[in-house]
Design a protein around this ligand. Sequence first.
Ligand SMILES: Nc1nc2c(ncn2[C@@H]2O[C@H](COP(=O)(O)OP(=O)(O)OP(=O)(O)O)[C@@H](O)[C@H]2O)c(=O)[nH]1
Ligand SMILES: [Mg+2]
Length: 449
Amino acid sequence: MRFSVNCLRYNSRTTNLKSQKDRSLKPHCNVGTIGHIDHGKTTLSAAITTILARINASDKSNTTLAMSYEDIDKAPDEKARGITINACHVNFETSRRTYAHTDCPGHIDYIKNMICGANQMDAAILVVAASDGQMPQTREHLLLARQIGIKHIIVYVNKVDLVDEETVELVELEIRDLLNEFGFEGDSTPFVCGSAKCALDGVNPEIGEESILELCKVLDEYVPDPIRDIDGTLFLPLEAAFSIPGRGTVAIGTIEAGTVTKGQQVELVGHGRQMKATVSDVQVFKRSVPSAQAGENVGVLLKGVKPNFIERGMVLAEKGTAKQLDTFHAQIYVLTGREGGRKKPVTNKYIQQTFSSIWTINGCVLLNEDTPLAMPGDTCSVRIWLRKPMVIKQGQRFSMRENQFTSLTGVMTAEAESHEEQLSGFNYTPLAVSSFLTEAQISKGRSSK
Ligand SMILES: Nc1nc2c(ncn2[C@@H]2O[C@H](COP(=O)(O)OP(=O)(O)OP(=O)(O)O)[C@@H](O)[C@H]2O)c(=O)[nH]1
Ligand SMILES: [Mg+2]
């Protein structure tokens, strides 16, 4: 008997590949749309699947399923509020590759979801409406893309049906400058100009359908096949879990390194908890497979594990290979007001929501004694204390956010010793720190901006 992951929104948006054999035929790539609210990210996602499904209709092995705008944006709360609030995954296939595509939300309130969705992208499609040009979230998403290490950006200048050619050219120049400003190669970044709506509605093919085909060609040619750490040690950050009565718990995530195999002994680590488990089934694209490897989104059936044991951001790894830490050394950069960050300096014991990989937890910045303040624009060495131990590796990036903006970004540089020792230099005890991490303190921290 197979287990099905249909009940999860995540996988219900994922089309089927027909068999495990198909899945190994073509390289796989994770992409997604980013950009300002209402610039057409969801329309573009729907247009790509619709056009590719139609064009490949006679090719029985092609797995692209047409997804309408409503299919992608259908959760009731999204309809009610008129905005996307969850990252949504769809799949499409070109003659060269299979793609898992994430439609990232545009609204600043939901940037948290974007961080989690975009984290898995090998390349991002930045959607910019020609009628608006760059907007605040165009900048913020590019900044986040930079922080989470997305190397390849392709720009789709949308809504060209609403403006003249000169405006499109100006928008292109402006966005190339912006890409350079954020450390991408603005001059050589591919731009595709078109109208996702015309493509979806089947009108004006020269700016509609042709622009979508051009975009797919650019994706195939510009984005190199991702190098997956297939031979590495299994590392699978978990996004969600649910139970199948009588069978066990299914944990869902995208494998970052290594291979997960039926029958394998694994360990669940994170949020200060740890547990051994056995993999009793592995599912990719809703099909049971003997094993799955780095880069693939999987459902892993675990016997004897309660679903509420698993929390987003926990890691499924080989026994003894994933370490959780509550304190670590880091190099941070405090964003300036111009970059959308703070206008005031970060002080010792600054506490905010900390995002890394796919987890979110309260974290406290412990400044060194010789650095009483970290000014916007400063880079400095600090220690980070997390409310609960989490799996974080050397070189892993993280960011901290206040209410509506990213205040600092950092990289984990080394493990730190036990936090008692860490905190002794700051003359307060772990207990004092725990009480410091109350909601009231956090809101106070927020209002200090
Ligand atoms: N004229 C025109 N309208 C478009 C085009 N593409 C999208 N739209 C319209 O722009 C509006 C926003 O499109 P969405 O696809 O929802 O934009 P989004 O970026 O996904 O928005 P959020 O998810 O809320 O950030 C909708 O009314 C679309 O019909 C286009 O090429 N031309
Ligand atoms: Mg949308």
